[in-house]
Ligand binder design. Structure first.
Ligand code: CP3
Length: 360
């Protein structure tokens, strides 16, 4: 675990005090199950290739290189907040960044995603991966501190990749549709699998702790590829590891969002793993998702391709989602997965304004 852990009570005071600029945050109120002034909205992958200002600042700078430059991270994270006036910023980084920081040889290849030079196969491969300390990621601490100062009343969401999704990149060596090698390890080498999941869970927990101690006021755990699992296999081989990360984040006193894709059948388990807010992907009707997660706050879930429809068609769908969200303990509006790079930023601006003005 991280050696610089602050007592949870201290963090709670910082994020919840009434003189904090965050005291009136609609996003934090909704995430805590309180009544916000309006339905809060932010977008997964709101910082990125759909923004001309992002493409400009990234010219000639590699993805991981940009994630390790505190000033670039700060600027890129702020870009969508300035442009859209969303209710939360998400820290610009990547789920594989902490692995890179502890020395795993990997790159993020444009149009493909993370590619790992030597995929993990054995216990020795797992043991060769270092745990994460704040000294590995000084640029993260600096970027979060700068951001919190700049963001004022807009909360910053920190994030990490969930153990299964990060394991899938390490075992497959790159993106995979079936996760066949990953699941083969899970079924046939349980000792290696358990060691790998523990290692990644520890890194994710420490990565979130570093972000929260620097000032992030909520966290999201991305289990993008968990939809490859049956509920039985998720419960047996994955859930406890994600639960450990969420429990550790819970000690910090910040709301925890747990999100996956294609996870309709896993939503109940993902909630049980320790989420305050459960992200619902766009294939799951929000009402179904709410029925599956019990008394929780939900986040989502407009189909990201709806931005290519006429504005009134897009906002009519958004209205249906907000109406459905009333059945939940709370609702944070989002897309049901990340912003597609060819998205017109004008549509996201119109969507933000529509959601914020819609009667709660
Ligand atoms: O705005 C934000 O949401 C914050 C930034 C963010 C990035 N990656 C930046 C990024 C976040 C939250 C992530 C998380 C992430 N990374 C996930 C989970 C979220 C999800 O979409 O399910 C996953 C699975 C990854 C792994 C990854 N990194 C993929 C699949 C890709 C896309 C590859 C491609 O080129 O299409 C990346 C690269 C990446 N991460 C980009 C960005 C903006 C694009 C690279 C670029 O701009 O050059």
């Amino acid at each position: 675990m991280c050696r610089h852990a602050a007592p949870p009570a201290k963090i709670r005071t910082v994020t919840a005090s009434t003189d904090s600029p965050l005291a009136t945050s609609a996003f934090l109120a909704a995430a805590r199950g309180e009544t916000p002034s309006h339905t809060p909205v932010w977008f997964m992958r709101q910082a990125g290739r759909s923004l001309p200002e992002y493409l400009k600042i990234r010219e000639g700078v590699g993805m991981l290189e940009s994630c390790m430059d505190a000033d670039l991270v700060t600027e890129i994270t702020l870009q969508p907040v300035r442009r859209y006036g969303v209710d939360a910023a998400i820290f610009f980084s990547d789920i594989v960044l902490p692995l890179k920081a502890v020395g795993v040889e990997l790159d993020i290849v444009a149009g493909i995603g993370p590619v790992v030079a030597s995929p993990v196969r054995t216990l020795a491969d797992v043991e060769a991966i270092s745990d994460l300390t704040p000294e590995h990621v000084p640029f993260i601490t600096r970027a979060v501190q700068q951001l919190v100062a700049e963001l004022g009343a807009t909360p910053l969401i920190g994030f990490a990749g969930a153990p299964f999704t990060v394991a899938s990149y390490l075992v497959e060596g790159g993106p995979s549709k079936e996760q066949a090698k990953t699941k083969a390890m899970m079924f046939s080498a349980p000792e290696v699998w358990d060691a790998l999941m523990r290692k990644i869970a520890g890194i994710a927990a420490d990565y979130l702790r570093i972000q929260v101690e620097a000032g992030a006021s909520a966290v999201q755990l991305f289990d993008s590829w968990a939809g490859a699992l049956t509920p039985g296999d998720y419960a047996e081989h994955v859930m406890a590891h994600s639960a450990r990360v969420l429990a550790s984040a819970g000690e910090l006193g910040v709301p925890r969002i747990h999100f996956g894709v294609g996870t309709t059948n896993l939503l109940g388990l993902m909630a049980e793993a320790g989420a305050d807010v459960v992200g619902i992907d766009w294939r799951t009707p929000l009402a179904d998702g709410i029925a599956r997660v019990g008394d929780r706050v939900v986040q989502g879930n407009l189909d990201p391709t709806l931005v290519f429809a006429p504005t009134d068609v897009m906002t009519a769908r958004a209205a249906d989602i907000i109406d459905a969200g009333r059945a939940a303990r709370g609702h944070i509006f989002n897309l049901g997965h990340g912003v597609i790079p060819s998205t017109d930023p004008g549509q996201l601006k119109a969507l933000t304004e529509f959601v914020q003005a819609y009667p709660i």
